[in-house]
Design a protein around this ligand. Structure first.
Ligand code: FAD
Length: 447
């Protein structure tokens, strides 16, 4: 009989086992995407735009036969299935808190068959010998390597006999894919993702291990964007990495394991999207009120007077993306210098990052805040000036993003000891003082 492939975080046709599973049903297959307000609302325009561009690319791969509808999936998915005479709806599993609730609601009405997931190793698969989940990355990583992953599935759009949405009778209305409101990344859709990955492997991967902490050199892959939308599967990337020798490929594989690790943690503890993973941090005193609001605004706008922090926040505003090292620095600054709770920063990130991903983002924040699994100890407070001097040693990154500082030479751009341009803000806090304050507050809860 006919079937539906409901695309979500897997906007591609290659290496997509869901397609083979749907074809096995024998009939024609409708490709479906649901524009769901519950996800679109909080996404922010960078992610919406990237999504729309990726959907247009997917529709192209399906010869214009991608059926896009609006509405609540629990309502529209079963009705779409009925309108094309499909008995099965095929998905790749979603392990996020909302995705699980949504899929459970849909599955009450129509047969929902999950094949694969957006991860190399799906959440819940890597456990300790007694079946408990890992809470620390390194042993998780060892077991993750041991567990291994499948090779890429050989699927393509031709594997499937696509159902033409214009043949369907009744059911929810097909809508056109919204046009992006601003320009999106250069690499769009599956074709773009594969090209981005290939170029990365050819040009920068060998330098990854040495340079990945250097925002000035900008030699990380930015593959977080295609991975977010599933225009590429990590399996495809891991298969390429396994053909490469050298420290770059090894270090890169380890980073992909972090992505799986955080998805696993969020799966085990869905409440950790909003709450401290370590609940002793519930007692940590935060700042609120108008002063904290003003400090938060300065942070958001990149006007804290701390060059590396401001450069990061301005990169985020300009590119909807930020280098990992700088994400850690700005997050630490918000939590430990401004004493603002991590979830305020995390929410801001989610509405601006084009790669915004609930598991990696919330746990990246919790790691920095000290409240997460495997967290950086709270008492290790990043000094924004020495972090800048260490990871942006010539100041190139800061000068790239903070035009007021463009005439300050070399690494002096971090401390601004010799000169501080008049149009650049004074530091909004005294770091040494706030560090002591953060440690004092931590002392109250550490028990
Ligand atoms: P590369 O260095 O090229 O890494 C390759 C891939 O490995 C990445 O694309 C990503 O999929 C994975 N990866 C690398 N580091 C991490 C990590 N620490 N945690 C999880 N996966 C990792 N990543 C997101 O994808 N979405 C987010 O919303 C997000 N928010 C973050 C918030 C904070 C406060 C912090 C500290 C980190 C966050 N990260 C997030 C993780 C990391 O910063 C980004 O994955 C990385 O910067 C993306 O750039 P890249 O693709 O060039 O990375």
């Amino acid at each position: 009989s006919n079937s539906v492939v409901w695309f979500r975080r897997d906007l591609r046709v290659g290496d997509l086992p869901t397609l083979s599973a749907a074809s096995d049903a024998g009939g024609r297959t409708l490709g479906l995407f649901v524009l769901d307000e519950n996800l679109l609302g909080p996404a922010g325009s960078p992610r919406q735009d990237q999504l729309f561009a990726n959907l247009t690319a997917l529709d192209h791969q399906l010869d214009g036969k991608l059926m896009v509808v609006r509405g609540d999936p629990a309502d529209v998915v079963p009705r779409v299935a009925e309108s094309v005479g499909a008995e099965e709806v095929h998905i790749s599993a979603d392990y996020g808190p909302y995705g699980r609730r949504r899929d459970a609601a849909v599955a009450e009405q129509v047969e929902l068959i999950a094949t694969g997931s957006p991860y190399a190793v799906a959440p819940g698969r890597v456990t300790k010998a007694d079946g408990d989940p890992y809470k620390v990355f390194t042993p998780y990583f060892r077991q993750w390597m041991e567990h291994g992953w499948r090779g890429p599935a050989s699927t393509d759009a031709q594997t499937v006999r696509w159902f033409d949405p214009s043949d369907k009778e009744g059911g929810p209305r097909r809508v056109s894919i919204p046009a992006p409101s601003a320009s999106v990344s250069d690499f769009v859709g599956e074709v773009g993702a594969l090209e981005q990955w290939k170029e990365y492997c050819e040009n920068d991967l060998d330098r990854y291990d040495d340079e990945r902490n250097r925002p000035d050199l900008d030699t990380t892959s930015r593959m977080s964007i295609p991975l977010k939308y599933g225009t590429i599967h990590p399996r495809t990337m891991l298969a390429d990495l396994s053909k490469r020798l050298g420290d770059g490929a090894q270090a890169y594989r380890r980073q992909l394991a972090w992505r799986d690790f955080y998805a696993d943690i969020l799966f085990q503890r869905p409440d950790s999207a909003r709450k401290n993973y370590d609940d002793k941090f519930d007692r940590l005193r935060h700042d609120g009120g108008v002063d904290a609001d003003a400090a938060f605004t300065a942070w958001c706008e990149g006007k804290t007077g701390f060059p590396i922090v401001d450069a990061g926040m301005r990169q985020l505003a300009a590119e909807n993306w930020m280098h990992n090292r700088v994400r850690m620095i700005v997050a630490s600054f918000l939590v430990k210098d401004l004493h603002i709770p991590w979830w305020r920063g995390a929410r801001f990130f989610m509405s601006h990052l084009v790669d915004g991903d609930l598991a990696s983002n919330q746990h990246g924040w919790q790691w920095t805040a000290g409240s997460g699994t495997d967290a950086s100890p709270f008492f290790r407070v990043f000094n924004p000036i020495t972090q800048g001097e260490k990871f942006d040693p010539d100041g190139t990154y800061v000068r790239r993003w903070v035009p007021e500082l463009r005439d300050v030479p070399g690494k002096a751009v971090h401390s601004l000891k010799a000169m501080r341009p008049v149009d650049y803000p004074d530091p909004i806090v005294d770091h040494a003082h706030e560090r002591e304050e953060a440690l004092r507050r931590y002392g109250e809860i550490k028990g």
